[in-house]
Design a protein around this ligand. Structure first.
Ligand code: B12
Length: 217
């Protein structure tokens, strides 16, 4: 098989949501000389980006996204050591703190954001769901080297909580050391500007791309 055949096969296993098969195909591709960088950049990332787009256009159900994300997670687990060994320059971009706002239990989008950040080479500190202002503030104190704080809200009713969290973070002494990114279906660029966040994107792929520009040397 040629490189492109391995890459498209891996992509297929992700689309089909077959984590064990993804894992096996990644290992097999690596054994046959496909680089970890190619697997990440030419298979994993474009596949998840495409799945996200299809979901937005109502072409696939949420369950499909969940199983694809799980497959990619399995693949990423075996790929990571090889990416680091290859010295892939996408590795070690910095630390990101991530959480869904207090009052909100949705975590699918947040998890995808985390996955795309990890793929882009960030270390992700995932605070989970229903995260209070106090917990976000404490996390920044616990991780003074964090470059970005990402906040997700899927409920219109929890947008007020997002606002208070951003306000609290903006009031911190450490504020100059990190950027704040916000997202989730009801969030808009306008809202992000209004509450004093640094960036908003409407999908996980663009979030990781925007984040990279924050940590450019
Ligand atoms: C799955 C789901 C649930 C699941 C959540 C499971 C889970 N583990 O997450 C369950 C069943 C638990 C649930 C519960 C509820 N839900 Co619900 N849920 C959904 C649903 C169908 C999908 C959400 C989702 O996962 N989308 C897929 C992901 C990939 O998309 P996403 O989250 O938008 O994330 C993308 C972007 O927004 C962005 N992004 C996300 N976060 C971030 C963060 C940053 C920093 C950045 C940059 C980008 C970013 O990147 C992501 C990937 O590209 C939506 C409807 C819909 N079609 O969106 C309703 C929806 C969000 N839910 C809704 C409601 C009302 C509820 C409930 C209140 C229902 C009830 N009466 O009990 C409860 C709330 C419980 C709570 N306190 O949170 C409403 C919200 C309405 C509103 N505007 O407020 C929606 C819109 C449904 C509707 N049309 O009424 N829900």
């Amino acid at each position: 098989m040629e490189i492109k055949d391995y890459l498209s096969l891996i992509s297929q296993t992700i689309r089909n949501g077959q984590p064990k098969y993804t894992e096996r195909m990644v290992l097999e591709a690596l054994d046959h000389g496909v680089t970890a960088g190619d697997i990440l950049n030419r298979s994993f990332i474009p596949t998840m980006k495409d799945m996200g787009q299809r979901y937005k256009e109502d072409e696939v159900y949420i369950a499909k996204i969940l199983s694809a994300a799980r497959a990619m997670k399995y693949g990423l687990r075996v790929l990571k050591p090889r990416l680091e060994a290859e010295g892939e320059d996408s590795m070690h971009k910095g630390k990101v703190i991530l959480g869904t706002v207090v009052g909100d239990l949705h975590d699918v989008g947040k998890n995808l954001v985390g996955l795309m950040f990890e793929s882009a080479g960030f270390e992700v500190i995932d605070l989970g769901i229903d995260v209070s202002e106090k917990k976000f503030v404490q996390a920044v104190k616990d991780h003074p080297d964090a470059a970005i704080v990402c906040i997700s809200s899927l409920l219109t009713t929890s947008l007020g909580n997002m606002k208070s969290i951003v306000k609290a973070l903006n009031g911190m002494e450490e504020r100059k050391n990190f950027r704040i990114m916000v997202g989730g279906a009801p969030v808009t660029q306008e809202f992000s500007d209004e509450i004093g966040a640094d960036a908003y994107t409407d999908n996980a792929y663009d979030a990781a791309e925007a984040a990279k520009t924050f940590v450019l040397p």
